[in-house]
Ligand binder design. Structure first.
Ligand code: UD1
Ligand code: CA
Length: 450
């Protein structure tokens, strides 16, 4: 069965009190919108249409950065969820299959739940995702008779008996494309909010003798974000699940509450993640690696047996091979580090390729930026970079080569060579004593004068 996703993301999100459109606020390192897109991605949709309104240009950019095939429909005025979903119609006019409507501010809907809805859609015209609410609050209520969903009533329009219903609308709806847009055309705005409610399509379908049903899920999946408080609660819920999943996957976290995961963090078995480690997006850590305390990783790959930190920073494009050691106050960006190589103290390695079994001394810096352009540094296998070497890129250091401590290396060093590039040392016998005497005399004169 072909599917298309329509993600409603035009609302302002007034309660966020923000210049950023609500759906672009990050959760676990990715905008809320991306979480909704990812939930639907497992259905391998033919089309994904994001309905944007407030901050449409930036919403479009974020959607297409994540999935360049994503389509964007603009809803200039927010007349309600039916009106929003209707904006997708022109983009889906040639599509024939099931449309799933999701909300961009509802990040936790599980792919399996959407699959259950698709399955139910084979035998029902309209399928709504519902949940039993602990506190039904202002959610729309699902009016069910027997197996049939008769209608959805919005809180504002509900009477006391309807408000007593605890089975609530999540907002997710599945329906055949042609039927969906026909039903949306029939929706009016004669209600308490004077909005075009998508939820009205259920009652309209029933009045036409069509069938409607409810698929239920856990309330945690339908959590919608409307405020910073809810965003923080959602982040906490995400992190709790990520930690539980890490334990299941055989990861040791001695202080789990202090480790922060991103939406796409991948961590192998028998890996130890020490306290206060932060994972930004795009990190893979292979089995048996150790990420020591207070390290920050983003867009990088750490191979088996590598040890990172404490206090290390791996930035996008850092590729650590097996058994690499990256120690304290070391920053690595866009650099491949060969097997067993050590960069243990106070270094910056950026735009570089390092071979295997090389030792990079404390304080080594790849000077990769000339103020305008970035340049690469290449270092071979089994090289020894002396402490406090400045490698002025572009520059390459051959296999088994050495640089003297404190060198400023501006030209290539051949394999097996030693390069020393610093002022030669001069020694003046007895000079230190003379200098101290002169200085002490100066101080004494000053004190007499005052
Ligand atoms: C909606 C449902 C309600 C359900 C609840 C679940 C309707 C009429 N009501 O109510 O039954 O219990 O979600 O959270 O559908 N949006 C647009 N354009 C618009 C209006 C809304 O894109 O013109 C988007 C919003 O950005 C948001 C989503 O649609 O992502 C839901 O809109 P919202 O106004 O929050 O609906 P609720 O009142 O919460
Ligand atoms: Ca809402």
């Amino acid at each position: 069965m072909k599917t298309a996703l329509v993600i409603l993301a035009a609302g302002k999100g007034t309660r966020m009190n923000s210049d950023l459109p609500k759906v672009l606020h990050p959760l676990a390192g990715a905008p809320l919108l991306i979480h909704a897109m990812q939930a639907g991605a497992s259905l391998a949709p033919e089309h994904t249409v994001v309905v944007a309104g407030h901050g449409a240009a930036s919403v479009r950019k974020a959607a297409q950065a994540h999935d360049e095939t994503a389509l964007v429909a603009e809803q200039t005025d927010q007349f309600g969820t039916a009106h929003a979903a209707g904006q997708a119609a022109p983009l889906l006019k040639d599509f024939d299959g099931t449309v799933i409507v999701l909300f961009g501010d509802t990040p936790f809907v599980q792919p399996e739940t959407l699959e259950t809805m698709i399955a139910a859609q084979a035998t029902h015209d309209v399928v709504v995702l519902g949940f039993e609410a602990a506190d039904p609050g202002r959610y729309g209520r699902l009016v069910v008779e027997g197996e049939t969903l008769e209608r959805i009533v919005e809180f504002k329009d509900a009477d006391a008996a309807e408000r007593a219903i605890t089975l609530c609308n999540s907002g997710v709806i599945a329906c055949r494309s042609e039927l969906l847009f026909d039903l949306i055309d029939a929706v009016d705005n004669k209600n308490a909010a004077e909005e075009y409610y998508l939820t009205d399509i259920v009652g309209i379908a029933r009045s036409q003798g069509l069938s409607a049903t409810v698929v239920t899920c856990d309330e945690s999946e339908t959590l919608g974000i409307n405020s910073r408080t809810e965003l923080a609660a959602a982040e906490a819920a995400f992190q709790a699940r990520a930690r539980a999943a890490a334990f299941e996957d055989g990861v040791t976290l001695p202080a789990p509450d202090t480790v922060h995961f991103a939406f796409d963090t991948v961590i192998g078995r028998d890996t130890v993640i020490e306290p206060n480690v932060v994972f930004g997006p795009g990190v893979t850590v292979e089995s048996g690696a150790t990420i020591r305390a207070f390290s920050h990783l983003e867009g990088c790959h750490v191979a088996r047996g590598a040890v990172v930190g404490p206090y290390a920073r791996l930035r996008p494009g850092a590729e650590l091979s097996e058994n690499v050691r990256v120690g304290n106050f070391v920053e690595i960006k866009n650099a491949q580090i060969g097997e067993g190589t050590k960069v243990n103290h106070l270094s910056y390695i950026g735009d570089a390729t390092l071979g295997a079994q090389t030792n990079v001394g404390a304080g080594t810096i790849t000077c990769n930026y000339d103020g305008v352009l970035k340049h690469r540094t290449e270092i071979g296998d089994n090289a020894f970079i002396g402490s406090n070497t400045m490698l002025v890129a572009p520059v390459s250091i051959g296999d088994r080569a050495m640089t003297g401590s404190g060198s400023v290396i501006t030209s290539d060093v051949d394999a097996d060579a030693l390069a020393i590039a610093r002022a030669p040392q001069v020694e003046k016998p007895g000079m230190a004593t003379k200098l101290f005497d002169i200085l002490k005399a100066k101080k004494a004169k000053l004190q007499r004068g005052s």
